[in-house]
Design a binder for this molecule. Structure first.
Ligand code: TRP
Length: 533
């Protein structure tokens, strides 16, 4: 994810150091810096201003309440704390989830170096949580082409090398392979995906690209075109192996894109084009977005972490000692110059990097609040606050390293293979597919469902099975009664015709069995979710 922290600029780009010149804040896919005041000091990024400028919506309490109602899950602490703070059409996705209509998750990362840091993993953590919550397919794009095009020095071989190691880092977050497809642009461009790339590019003029991304006459044309590649990944019809070949169906399936706010321009553009495009009369679904802010660099909230500046970041391969030293040495403090002054006036948590990191990594709301109060009223000193931050980061990084060590080439192959995915969406959604009647194919039934993508036979069968089980569960009592009746009828009929009724009876039993099983799995899932929350 471009995340809170991909070095957005051409790699090896300037450090996030204050430029002693007054400038406005810049946030686009290639640059992220806060406003530089007349005093030459970089200010914190003003996210409210971005919401206004970009025309996105703030995530408010009402939306979070609706999220909780619809999913039955407490919003992630990133949502509760305004780390994931803005969106486009997230309500529409909740509507779809509520109704059991298909959508998918899409995110990505530009493989610009081997050194993945906590700013990179944070948005992926959130994406994983969304995948667990919604139970939908997830597509992860690795823009090796982008990183080649936007770097002066990097070779294609280099970015491909980064790609290979970054995939393992991403997998180590804990995504479910049955629901996740990861690809690199150099490997995957072609076929339906390429057709969509070209479709998108045909609807963007040079003037628009310049206005959106700030390109000029000297920009290489690869960069100018790149947006159509990142954009076309938002369309489900780019992935026939997941959503099926029937474009009339798949163009209607929207993506929900969790990303850092700097990626918004790509998708603003894609949404514009989607609104103008139709496939045989069927409109393209606009991607929905959910934006996160950046994890600040150790030097302060004016810039994001950068992989090319070692002192700015906590890397996922850092040792506990390195983490400790970096936080102690570099983490910008909101504390006062002397202990006396600090005790008297207290610290400023809004700029204190150690405190800011705790907002990302410390899940316990009560503990975080205790720390805030204690630091702000001067009871807690900077050293103590940093010690807590160090402990939490060490824990987080160690957990990651443990999982990362287990990711082998086989696992990578599994995630990157073109294959159908398995998901079931909202288990409580009304069953949109009519129950399969004896003799009728599951395919026919599924095809009847409005807005349903055409899928492979196997996927359809699976989906249909799941749906049937859900339907059975919902009407369990009724089903049981019916089954009994049927069995009774069968018993009667058995006196005249032996074979068929027995089958009928067996089926009734199997149905009840299946229903019981589904219930059990559901209870287990609910349990797991409860533990997580
Ligand atoms: N451009 C992003 C980067 O430089 C990578 C990316 C591609 C991405 N598609 C995305 C990020 C979708 C977020 C969402 O890191």
């Amino acid at each position: 994810m471009a995340t809170a922290a991909t070095p957005s600029a051409p790699d090896g780009a300037p450090a996030p150091e204050p430029v002693p010149k007054q400038t406005k804040q810049t946030v686009d896919p290639y640059n992220v810096t806060g406003e530089v005041g007349a005093d030459g000091v970089v200010k914190a990024i003003d996210y409210n201003k971005l919401v206004d400028e970009f025309g996105t919506k703030k995530i408010d309490d009402e939306l979070l309440a609706r999220f909780e109602r619809v999913t039955g899950k407490r919003p992630h602490h990133f949502l509760r704390r305004g780390i994931v703070f803005s969106h486009r059409d997230f309500e529409t996705i909740l509507d779809r989830y509520e109704k059991g209509e298909p959508f998918f998750l899409y995110t990505g990362r530009g493989p610009s170096s081997d050194s993945v840091h906590v700013g990179h993993t944070v948005p992926f953590e959130f994406t994983k949580w969304l995948q667990d919550t919604f139970d939908v397919p997830l597509i992860i794009m690795l823009t090796d082409d982008e990183k080649y095009l936007f770097s002066e020095k990097k070779t294609i071989e280099e970015v491909q090398g980064y790609c290979a190691s970054n995939v393992k880092d991403i997998i180590a977050i804990g995504f479910d392979p049955a629901k996740t497809f990861i690809f690199s642009d150099f490997d995957f461009v072609g076929g339906a995906f390429y057709r969509n790339i070209v479709r998108l590019s045909k609807h963007i003029t040079l003037n628009q690209a310049r206005a959106i991304f700030g390109f000029n006459e000297s920009t290489n044309i690869g960069r100018i075109h790149f947006g159509s590649i990142q954009g076309a990944t938002s369309w489900a019809s780019s992935f026939p192996h997941i959503f099926g070949e029937d474009e009339k169906q798949t163009v209607g399936i929207p993506a929900l894109i969790p990303c850092a706010i700097d990626q918004d321009p790509y998708f603003r553009m894609t949404r514009d084009v989607s609104a103008r495009l139709k496939f045989q009369g069927k409109p393209y679904a606009k991607p929905a977005l959910i934006h996160s802010l950046f994890l600040p660099a150790l030097q302060g909230p004016g810039t994001k972490m950068s992989a090319s500046i070692d002192e700015s970041a906590i890397f996922m391969r850092d040792t506990p000692n390195q983490i400790k030293n970096k936080i102690n040495k570099y983490a910008f403090s909101g504390g006062k110059v002397s202990v006396e002054e600090h005790r008297q006036f207290g610290g400023d948590t809004s700029v204190d990097v150690a405190y800011q990191y705790l907002r990302f990594f410390l899940e316990d709301d009560d503990e975080l609040e205790r720390i805030r109060i204690s630091y702000e009223n001067g009871e807690m000193l900077t050293g103590e606050l940093k010690a807590i931050c160090i402990r939490e980061l060490q824990k987080y990084v160690a957990g990651f390293q443990e999982r990362r060590a287990k990711v082998d080439d086989e696992t990578v192959k599994l995630f990157m293979e073109r294959r159908p995915l398995q998901w079931r969406g909202n288990p409580k959604a009304p069953v949109v597919v009519p129950k399969v009647v004896e003799g009728e194919g599951a395919e026919a039934a599924a095809a009847a469902a409005d807005g349903e993508a055409k899928m492979t036979k196997n996927q359809l069968k699976k989906l249909e099975k799941q749906r049937q089980a859900e339907a059975k569960k919902a009407q369990k009592a009724k089903e049981k009664a019916e089954a009994k009746e049927k069995a009774a009828a069968a018993a009667t009929a058995a006196t005249t015709a032996a074979a068929a009724p027995t089958t009928e009876e067996d089926k009734a039993e199997q149905t009840a069995d299946a229903a019981a099983k589904t219930e059990k799995t559901e209870a287990a899932a609910a349990n797991a979710a409860a533990q997580e929350a």
